[in-house]
Design a protein around this ligand. Structure first.
Ligand SMILES: [Zn+2]
Length: 323
């Protein structure tokens, strides 16, 4: 299939769709996401190049919490007298835009950074944020993965360890809590889902939760089998997210439209279950991976979720790997 030109996409799909377009432009011809992933080494660079020129859009939520859109994963921000607390770091190349967006939210220094998991589009900015004074908190596997070379087979890419300043110094196994800026902040590890380092970050009083890459709002998710992810784990995490939220909860997804809710989360969860069942049925019939892709088991959901770099074929292959 061909990529949808970026101009046809709504702003909500900004990050991944613009990367698709960048890949398209860079090759001077139609490049399907499958081909793009075969060129994944180049694509990782394109993610960063795209972020370097992307504006950062700030969405104010409630109490003193906002979300910044436009640099890798959605970045949560809590402001107040104890200093700013960031949830995820985006790409280092976005430093000028993020610095400006943060300054617009208040003059206080950046004191803490929480990583929702180890992936580069959530941690690449760790070193500069640490140099500004942010202490970095994460699940212990995030520290482990950021300290070593990581091979992600489905990206055909080896990620190098972060410089020392970018490695989390405050880690936990399953749960951790903080009280900052009048907000109770609860960090909770998921059972392995998108990776085996995923956590949720809950702001109790504000009824807001950042669920990291266990939820991609309006686009098919990446699942990282190289560090413990699986389709079954993604579904279990979605169920855990549904159980932990109310109709009034503001849910910040790792990717996609950054201000979400339980209804959209439920839709995402039901999509995962339906496609998992379809692909499992095909595999049980003895269909090969390519035959499963050709059978279009995602067809009913493609109009809603299929217009990003994780296209229907790529997502089908990720699901096939885990059923
Ligand atoms: Zn991720």
């Amino acid at each position: 299939m061909s990529l949808v030109p970026c101009t046809m996409m709504s702003r909500r799909h900004f990050c991944l769709c613009c990367v698709s377009s960048a890949a398209f432009a860079a090759t001077g011809g139609w490049l399907t996401p499958r081909e793009a992933f075969a060129e994944a080494r180049g694509l990782v660079t394109l993610f960063k190049d795209s972020a370097a020129v992307s504006p950062i859009v700030t969405h104010k939520l409630r109490n003193n919490i906002s979300v910044l859109e436009g640099s890798g994963g959605n970045v949560g921000v809590l402001t107040g007298p104890d200093g700013k607390v960031l949830i995820d770091a985006g790409f280092g190349v976005s430093r000028p835009q993020i610095t400006k967006a943060l300054a617009d939210l208040g003059a206080e220094p950046i004191r803490r950074l929480i990583n929702t998991h180890w992936h580069f589009d959530h941690t690449d900015g760790n070193p500069w944020l640490n140099s500004e004074g942010a202490k970095i908190i994460a699940q212990e596997n995030t520290r482990k993965y950021l300290s070593e070379v990581q091979r992600v087979e489905d990206w055909d890419y080896n990620f190098l360890p972060l410089p020392a300043g970018g490695i989390p110094t405050e880690v936990f196994a399953s749960e951790y809590s903080l009280k900052l800026n009048g907000s109770s902040i609860g960090l909770k590890r998921y059972a392995p889902a998108h990776t085996d380092s995923d956590i949720s970050v809950t702001f109790g009083e504000a009824d807001i939760v950042h669920v990291g890459d266990t939820f991609w709002n309006g686009i098919y998710p990446f699942i990282d089998y190289s560090t413990g992810g699986s389709i079954g784990g993604m579904i279990a995490a979605s169920d855990a997210n549904l159980a932990a939220t109310k109709d009034t909860t503001i849910i910040i997804p790792g990717h996609g439209k950054p201000v979400s809710n339980k209804a959209e989360l439920k839709e995402f969860r039901d999509m995962l279950v339906a496609i998992r069942d379809n692909v499992a049925g095909l595999k049980k019939q003895g269909r090969s991976r390519d035959e499963a892709v050709a059978a279009k088991p995602t067809a009913a959901f493609d109009a809603r979720y299929g217009a990003s770099v994780i296209d229907p074929g790529f997502f089908t292959r990720l699901v096939y790997e885990g059923v």
